[in-house]
Design a protein around this ligand. Structure first.
Ligand SMILES: O=C(O)c1ccccc1N[C@@H]1O[C@H](COP(=O)(O)O)[C@@H](O)[C@H]1O
Length: 220
């Protein structure tokens, strides 16, 4: 299977073009967050989403936690897909599926231990995919992604095996480790922010190296 690639923390229409021409399947557009390198204004998210070609998914990353506020955020920014970066209540996940049935819904799971596996049955009926990341939602300043840290990939591999939905792997990936991550976890897709950036900007060399490493892993 060809591993899908999502390039996250897109900060401008130019970065969106670079990611697409390097072979990205999806763009991550990070809205307001308590921490992390990626946030841009909702207006810019809406502009980049509106300009993206049909075959490219645009992921709105939202830190909203109620179904109504997530639906309102989707309506303001008009992405193809919403990535929910907090472990929201299952009732809100169900309600969002009812309120916005046509938007693709991706639930982030922060892998802090094997208890992450308990969340598979809780969310699966209401989402199209999961995304495993390395945040610490319970920290004094909550970390909801963009940490540049990996997590325990043996738990991620068990999550992929248990999940009836496709799973993206994120958290500290770069050209140097993404091949091993794909071989160990076998995710549907990989997702990267810090690992393809230098001094905050999307780095073309790092991006191309990352794409090459993904394709090499697919062929191995
Ligand atoms: O990047 C951010 O600022 C961010 C903030 C809050 C939630 C998610 C965020 N980004 C996402 O985090 C993953 C992993 O990032 P990294 O590669 O470890 O730096 C990234 O792919 C985005 O989906």
């Amino acid at each position: 299977m060809r591993t899908r690639v999502k390039i996250c923390c897109i900060g401008s229409p130019r970065e969106a073009e670079l990611a697409i021409s390097a072979g990205a399947d999806a763009l991550g557009l990070v809205a307001a967050m308590p921490s992390g390198p990626g946030p841009i204004a909702d207006e810019l998210i809406a502009d980049i989403a509106a300009a993206s070609p049909p075959a490219i998914s645009t992921f709105l990353l939202t830190s909203e936690t109620s179904a109504a506020s997530i639906a309102a955020h989707i309506d303001r920014t008009r992405p193809t897909t919403v990535q929910i970066v907090s472990h929201i209540a299952a009732g809100d996940a169900a309600e969002l599926a009812r309120l916005r049935p046509h938007i693709r819904r991706v639930q982030v799971i922060h892998v802090e231990g094997p208890q992450a596996l308990d969340l598979v049955p809780a969310y699966s009926p209401f989402v199209h995919a999961f995304l495993l990341d390395s945040g610490r939602p319970g920290a004094a300043t909550p970390e909801l992604g963009g940490t540049g840290r990996t997590h325990d990939w043996s738990i991620s591999a068990a999550f992929v095996a248990a999940s009836p939905r496709p799973v993206f792997l994120a958290g500290g990936l770069d050209a140097g480790n993404v091949g091993e991550a794909i071989r160990r976890v076998r995710p549907f897709g990989v997702d990267v922010c810090s690992g393809v950036r230098r001094n905050g900007a999307l780095d073309l060399t790092a991006l191309r190296d990352f794409m090459r490493a993904v394709r090499a892993a697919d062929e191995s």
